[in-house]
Write a protein that binds this ligand. Structure first.
Ligand code: 13P
Ligand code: SF4
Length: 338
C-alpha cells in the first residue's frame, strides 16, 4: 500500500542542530547583512547545504562547481563564503588579492580530514606515473600536490580528459571515485576516504523508503555507497539534482543528500514533494560542518571581516593550476573533453 508522502518532508526540515531564530531577529539580521554587503561591495556565495536563512540572503546558491565558477568571475571586493573551509580556500586561491571570509573557520569536512598532504605525497612517491585527480573536498595543500581538481558535477568529464598513458590516483572520496570508474571505465587507484554524512544511507534504509513511496524516483549524490547508488534513478551533484527534479514529471522525489538541499529544491520546484531519504540510525541527514555556519556568524564575519582565509604564496600559486585546469576542461564542449 502506498503511503501519502505529504507529512514527511516538513518534519525533516527541522534541522537538529539549529536553534530557530525568532522572526524579528531573523528579519533584522538579514537586513543588516544586506546593508553590510552593499557597504563592503561583497558577494555572498552559499552552498546548497547551508541553512535556509543563509541561502535566502545569498547572491548565489549552488554546488561546488557553480560556486568555484562564481568565485572565478566575481568583481566584488570581498567574498563571503558560506560553506565549509575548503570551499572558501578555493575562492581565495582563485582570488589571492581579495578578502575571503567565512562565518566559521572550523567548518571542516570528513573527506578533507581523511587526506593529509604528507600522506598523499608519500603515496605519490611510490609511482612517478601517477596523475593525481583530487575531488575539490580537500585542503589547499593537497590541491597543490595535484594535477587537476574535480567536483561531483564534472568528475566524469575530467577523468575522461585525463592523459591515457598515466595511472590515475583519485583522492579523497572512494565512493565518488568508484562511481566515476563505473561511468568512464577508466581504472583508478582510490584513496580510502568518505563523507561521513553520505555513507549513513544503506541499501536497507533506501529499500524501505522506496517501498513506502513506490512512485517516487530516488536521486542520490555520488558520495553515497554503491549499495545505495544502485537503487537510484539518478546519481548527480547537488546542482544537477535541481535540474533533474525540475524536469521530472514525478510529483514526489526521494532525495539522498544533505537535508538543506530540500530548501533549495522546494524553492526551485514549487508544488513538488521532496522526501529526505532516511538512514538506519538517525533522522538527521545533516553535515555538522555545514551547519556550523549560522546567520549570526555570517553577520559577525561581515562586520569584523574575519575569520579570513590566508594561505602561503607558494600554496596559492601551485593550487591554482589544477583548479584552473578543472575550470578550463569543464567549460569545453562535451565532444572536445578528451
Ligand atoms: P556538490 O558539489 O554536489 O554540491 O557536493 C559538495 C559536497 O560537499 C557534497 O557532500
Ligand atoms: Fe564534507 Fe560530507 Fe559535509 Fe560535504 S556533506 S562538506 S563531503 S562532510
Amino acid at each position: 500500500m502506498t503511503t501519502s508522502p505529504v507529512a514527511e518532508p516538513a518534519a525533516k526540515l527541522d534541522f537538529v542542530t539549529r536553534k530557530p531564530l525568532p522572526p524579528e531577529q531573523l528579519d533584522t539580521l538579514s537586513r543588516d547583512i544586506l546593508a553590510l554587503k552593499k557597504k563592503l561591495n561583497a558577494v555572498i556565495l552559499a552552498h546548497n547545504y547551508q541553512l535556509p536563512e543563509i541561502q535566502d540572503v545569498a547572491d548565489f546558491v549552488g554546488d561546488s562547481l557553480g560556486l568555484s565558477q562564481q568565485a572565478a568571475k566575481t568583481s566584488a571586493d570581498v567574498i563571503v563564503f558560506c560553506g565549509v573551509h575548503f570551499m572558501a580556500e578555493t575562492a581565495k586561491i582563485l582570488n589571492p588579492d581579495k578578502i575571503v571570509i567565512l562565518p566559521d573557520a572550523d567548518a571542516g569536512c570528513s573527506l578533507e580530514a581523511s587526506c593529509p598532504a604528507p600522506k598523499l605525497k608519500a603515496l605519490q612517491e611510490t609511482n612517478p606515473n601517477f596523475y593525481t585527480i583530487a575531488y575539490i573536498n580537500c585542503s589547499a595543500e593537497v590541491k597543490a600536490l595535484c594535477d587537476v581538481i574535480v567536483t561531483s558535477g564534472n568528475a566524469v568529464k575530467i577523468v575522461n580528459a585525463a592523459p591515457k598513458d598515466r595511472d590515475i590516483l583519485f583522492v579523497p572520496d572512494e565512493n565518488l571515485g568508484s562511481w566515476v570508474i563505473e561511468q568512464t571505465g577508466r581504472p583508478m587507484t582510490l584513496w580510502k576516504g568518505n563523507c561521513y554524512v553520505h555513507v549513513e544511507w544503506t541499501h536497507a534504509s533506501i529499500t524501505r523508503i522506496r517501498q513506502q513511496y513506490p512512485d517516487a524516483p530516488l536521486v542520490a549524490h555520488p558520495e553515497c555507497t554503491k549499495a545505495v547508488r544502485m537503487l537510484a534513478d539518478e546519481v548527480c551533484s547537488t546542482e544537477k539534482m535541481v535540474a533533474y527534479c525540475k524536469a521530472s514529471p514525478a510529483k514526489a522525489i526521494i532525495i539522498a543528500t544533505e537535508s538543506a538541499m530540500i530548501h533549495r529544491l522546494m524553492k526551485e520546484c514549487p508544488g513538488k514533494i521532496f522526501i529526505p531519504a532516511p538512514t538506519d540510525s538517525c533522522r538527521c541527514n545533516e553535515c555538522r560542518f555545514m551547519k556550523m555556519n549560522t546567520l549570526e556568524k555570517l553577520h559577525d564575519c561581515m562586520l569584523n571581516l574575519a575569520p579570513r582565509i590566508e594561505l602561503p604564496k607558494h600554496i596559492l600559486e601551485r593550487a591554482r593550476q589544477p583548479i584552473e585546469r578543472m575550470l578550463e576542461i569543464s567549460a569545453r564542449p562535451v565532444d572536445n573533453a578528451g
